[in-house]
Design a binder for this molecule. Structure first.
Ligand code: HEM
Length: 432
């Protein structure tokens, strides 16, 4: 049950007293009496929303931005894909329409990105594209079904899962170690401070898929494969590229919060630090920029960029690199962020729920949210790629797809290096 107040406040039952990071909203249904959100909502200059509010107003909450750009129109952008979370989609038939759109877009992307397949074949001989064909024939169908349902109900899911997937892969490899829950004997990866902000919906969707698959083919499909497939499908569903994945990962046997230090990028890092961090996991400068394009969706908490909008320097309250109107909007949004730490802003203020290249165009206009986002647009090592992707979405999609494919194969466990977990949040054998 959702209690909706128009304006900036929204309350979801069962959520109010919890940090947004692990929120599992009981229900995301909009009250019947509520007017259609597209027409009822004002169109603010720059749409900035609280994470919970975004989840609540799941269907339609992308107000047209005040700075028009050709890439936001079908005419101006040959690769335009209608956003799933747009005002046009939430009809009674939305599920089937979305499924059709998803399939046709996937087919188109499959054709255009088919050249990516050969890059995957050699090194991971034990993995294959059709790994579950015999043992769990409805694997893809099940993932697809749950993903579509969950993303429509809770549009914050795609970004949550993408971040979850990336963070899982960069530590211990893509082995679902980030899904393990802590117990009395082990503080797990997901309870490290850096992962605390990953929304509960990211974990929830994996549990849903795993549960459905365990009913069909018990003990067959690993949580790490589910996570990889869900991230891929969700990226595609919100407008991003489709790419091929190999399956057959085993789930890891280690998940420790004390191993996280130094493995994750932080908004306080310099570009040199980011480049070195990515190089340490065999990702190039171009990969860094392409993958950072993931910030075309999702949110950041005010605490992650507060130093850019409050007391920036002795001479300037606001980071002068920020667009002035944008900065003022962020200051209003985050005014109480110390007492209300859940306050968050869209990473891509222009098309926050759509996977596109507006993130890169934003960086050129002082609309990058995190200091690291902005720095990518100015540093001479990364700027050329930002400029390239800002003008060429197809190239961004191609490079993002190639890079995330490589991420999906990081330190993958096969055979006895891992196991197929019975449930994704616990090892099969509990060790003390
Ligand atoms: C360049 C280095 C990066 C830095 C410094 C960085 C930092 C951050 C920070 C601070 C947040 C906000 C977290 C919060 O407050 O909840 C965030 C969100 C996010 N990041 Fe990154 N990130 C980087 C690269 C990446 C990459 C490579 C990916 C995926 C391929 C990614 C995916 C995301 C997503 C999807 C979100 C939104 C999460 C949500 O809405 O739940 N990031 N990132």
């Amino acid at each position: 049950m959702v209690h909706q107040k128009w304006g900036l406040a929204a309350k979801i039952e069962g959520v109010e007293n919890h940090a947004p990071s692990r929120v599992q909203p009981k229900s995301m249904h909009i009250e019947q009496s509520r007017p259609h959100a597209c027409t009822a909502l004002p169109s603010p200059v720059i749409p900035l929303f609280h994470r919970k509010q975004f989840a609540t107003l799941s269907h339609t909450f992308f107000s047209p931005p005040s700075i028009p750009h050709p890439a936001q129109t079908q005419e101006g952008n040959p690769t335009y894909i209608p956003p799933i979370d747009s005002c046009t989609s939430p009809s009674p038939t939305s599920l089937s329409l979305l499924t059709m759109a998803f399939h046709s877009h996937a087919l188109f992307s499959l054709l255009t990105l088919v050249f990516l397949i050969p890059t995957l074949t050699v090194t991971h001989a034990q993995l294959s594209e059709n790994y579950y064909e015999q043992t769990c024939p409805k694997f893809h169908e099940t993932v697809h079904h749950v993903v579509v349902e969950k993303q429509i109900a809770t549009p914050t899911t795609a970004a949550a899962v993408l971040r979850l997937f990336f963070h899982d892969c960069v530590l211990e490899g893509c082995d679902a170690s980030l899904l393990i829950a802590s117990n009395s004997f082990n503080k797990a990866e997901r309870d490290a401070e850096i992962n605390a902000a990953i929304p509960g919906d990211g974990f929830d969707i994996i549990t849903r898929i795993k549960t459905a698959l365990e009913l069909q083919c018990p003990g067959i499909v690993s949580c790490s494969d589910i996570l990889a497939a869900a991230a891929r499908n969700l990226i595609n569903m919100v407008g991003g590229p489709h790419y091929t994945l190999l399956f057959g990962r085993k789930d890891g046997l280690v998940s420790r919060a004390d191993r996280t230090e130094g493995h994750y990028a932080k908004a306080s890092m310099t570009v040199s630090e980011l480049i070195n961090l990515f190089a340490s996991i065999n990702l190039s400068v171009q990969d860094l920029v392409a993958l950072s394009g993931a910030h075309t969706i999702g949110f950041s908490h005010c605490s992650e960029f507060a130093n850019r909008i409050f007391k920036f320097s002795p001479t300037s309250e606001i980071d002068p690199a920020l667009n002035r109107i944008y900065a003022e909007g962020l200051r209003k949004l985050c005014a109480n962020h110390t007492t209300n730490p859940g306050m968050s802003a869209f990473n891509d203020v222009m098309t926050p729920g759509k996977f596109d290249n507006l993130y890169f165009q934003n960086l050129q206009r002082g609309l990058g949210l995190l200091a690291t986002d902005h720095a990518l647009g100015t540093d001479p090592r990364t700027k050329p790629f930002v400029d390239l992707y800002a003008t060429n979405q197809a190239k961004f999609f191609e490079d993002f797809a190639q890079a995330i494919q490589r991420v999906s194969l990081m330190n993958v466990k096969t055979g006895k290096q891992g196991e197929v977990r019975r449930r994704c949040d616990a090892f099969n054998d509990l060790k003390t």
